[in-house]
Design a protein around this ligand. Structure first.
Ligand SMILES: CC(C)(O)[C@@H](O)C(=O)O
Ligand SMILES: [Mg+2]
Length: 557
């Protein structure tokens, strides 16, 4: 039995009789009250396909906790489906939930004096939000996610959400008819789970394994596999071991763990959103992860996986190939990991990696046959982004890695979508979408609709896109986001005009607006910053507090 439980402050001694009376109101027995109180943070709801199965996962966790001698108690976290929120006002309420999730979990966990936590996230903001909370609270914690969706099928081939969004571009360009578009709609998302490519949710569920906060399979076992339920039971049992050994998130999420996560990110080809979330999680851990470190690690890390949108493999394929640990084993053989790090198994990564071989070198390439010698993500700098901007270089057509072209400027995503579908974009253009940053949007929307429209219309080999907003993990093409400083904070992106030449050199990590310095200075006098006046409620508060994208858009600095 565990002594010195945090929950004793809430439930032990004569003075705490009122609190116990309320626990009795829950139907909690005295036996249960004597055991560690394990909070299970369930991100279940009925609007997010990646979360609709979390009641099953949570039930399995509860059973695991109880089997191992703890008292499980479920409480909720909110969750947004980025796919449903995409392409309209709703997306302004996506990133902002990351901090609500972290803050509300902090409040719930401390208000009720939980001894430990099992985090049950799945989609884009719940994984980083709960990792931030885990670090902040530093109670023994383990993660088990809901698992990825199975791939869909179109014309006998696997497919996923990136192709679905691109199908809209194809339809608008007259490349497919309405019947085909309907076929995509009906066959792309065949099950519950986080959408089946290496999009943002799956990226972070995989990185949770690498960080050491989830068990093997957390990122890849499909949502509908029975082994996902077993994984959840094991996570429930394992939290009791972590309590016993007093292993906490800050013992696990060390600087070395974040370097490992960045390394795996580069090999897996994760979502560019990881360049927001890893720094934000690290910040809660007191670790400084900056964009330069990402480039440093990318320079020596081969890109081994091309899951959708970079290529035609899916999370179920990565799982069958051995999952994240198989990728880690390839990286370990190159000496790129610090495998001495502690994990939620109570063992080091080195010990965990035993027996997890790469079972399919077509899905997880061998380093000698890597897709590229450098990693999935590149950080660019230049006068347009002195504090950096990010691109998923592994999903850029080779002919677009170096590009110079005239700017076509839009002051919002809506204007850009209208421009793209309205035939305003020509081969060679560099589309600029601004006033979509963390503070300017507010909320830093994902530009999946414009980037898929470009790709679907077949323009991705000829057109680049630059924004102070961000992208979905399903975005491909020369899509450069997180431009910092953002427009509303007076970044140079605010002063670009139609027709200005912009030079992008991804291999050399540069991005330049080719306008003479004197002209730029003059524009700064003449062109007012367009601050949105009508922002209300939480978004107003968020806009006043949020930091720049290159700092992880954190609100607690
Ligand atoms: C809808 C998606 C695929 O989840 C996207 O929002 C992402 O970030 O990957
Ligand atoms: Mg997203």
């Amino acid at each position: 039995m565990v002594s010195d439980m945090k929950s004793d402050n809430m439930k032990t001694g004569q003075e705490k009789a009122p609190q116990r009376s309320l626990l009795h109101a829950l139907g909690m027995t005295e036996e249960e009250m004597r055991r560690p109180l394990v909070g299970i943070v369930s991100s279940w709801n009925e609007i997010v396909p990646g979360h609709m199965n979390l009641d099953k996962i949570t039930d399995a966790v509860k059973m695991g906790v109880a089997m191992a001698g703890g008292t499980p108690v479920v409480f909720p976290a909110i969750a947004v489906c980025d796919g449903i929120a995409m392409g309209h006002e709703g997306m302004k309420y996506s990133l902002v939930t990351r901090d609500l999730i972290a803050d509300s979990t902090e409040a719930m966990a401390l208000a009720h004096a939980f001894d430990a936590l099992v985090m049950v996230p799945n989609c884009d903001k719940n994984v980083p939000g709960l990792l931030m909370a885990a670090a902040r609270l530093n109670l023994p914690t383990i993660f088990v996610s809901g698992g990825p969706m199975l791939a869909g099928r179109i014309d006998g081939h696997k497919t996923s959400l990136s192709s679905m969004f691109e199908a809209v571009g194809k339809y608008k360009a007259g490349k497919i008819d309405e019947t085909k578009l309907k076929e995509y709609e009906l066959n792309t998302c065949p099950s519950c789970g986080s959408c089946s490519g290496m999009y943002t949710a799956n990226s972070h569920n995989c990185l949770t394994e690498v960080l050491g906060m989830g068990l093997a399979g957390n990122g890849t076992i499909p949502a509908v596999y029975s082994s996902r339920i077993e994984l959840a039971k094991h996570a429930g049992m394992q939290i009791m071991d972590l309590i016993e050994k007093d292993i906490r998130p800050l013992d696990i999420m060390t600087e070395a763990a974040f370097r490992n996560a960045l390394t795996a990110d580069m090999a897996l080809g994760c979502s560019t959103n990881s360049m927001l979330h890893l720094p934000a999680i690290a910040h809660e851990c007191g670790v400084d992860i900056n964009l330069d470190l990402a480039n440093e690690i990318s320079a020596v890390t081969p890109n081994l996986c091309h899951l959708a949108p970079a290529g035609p493999t899916y999370m179920e394929d990565l799982n069958a190939a051995g999952g994240v640990y198989a990728v880690l084993n390839e990286l370990d053989q190159l000496g790129l990991l610090d495998t001495s790090v502690m994990t939620v198994t109570g063992k080091t990564m080195k010990e965990n990696l035993q027996g997890h071989e790469n079972l399919n070198p077509e899905v997880i390439r061998k380093p000698e046959n890597a897709y590229s010698k450098t990693g999935g993500i590149a950080v660019l700098r230049g006068n347009l982004a002195p504090d950096g901007c990010v691109v998923k270089q592994s999903a850029v057509a080779p002919e677009m890695l170096v590009h110079e072209g005239p700017a076509k400027v839009f002051d919002s995503e809506e204007e850009a979508i209208a421009g793209i579908f309205g035939g305003k974009i020509e081969a060679g253009d560099v589309i600029v979408i601004r006033y979509e940053g963390p503070a300017g949007g507010p909320g830093m929307r994902e530009m999946l609709s414009p980037t898929s429209a470009i790709a679907g219309m077949g323009l991705d080999k000829e057109v680049a896109l630059i924004t102070d907003g961000r992208f979905s993990g399903a975005t491909r093409g020369a899509s450069i986001g997180h431009v910092s400083p953002e427009a509303v904070h007076g970044g140079l992106i605010a002063y670009v005009k139609d027709g200005d030449r912009i030079a992008i050199d991804i291999p050399n990590h540069t991005i330049e607006l080719l306008v003479p310095e004197a002209e730029i200075e003059q524009r700064k006098q003449e062109m007012p910053i367009k601050k949105k006046e009508n922002v209300k409620g939480y978004l107003k508060r968020y806009a006043s507090m949020v930091s720049s994208a290159d700092k992880g858009a954190v609100i607690n600095r």
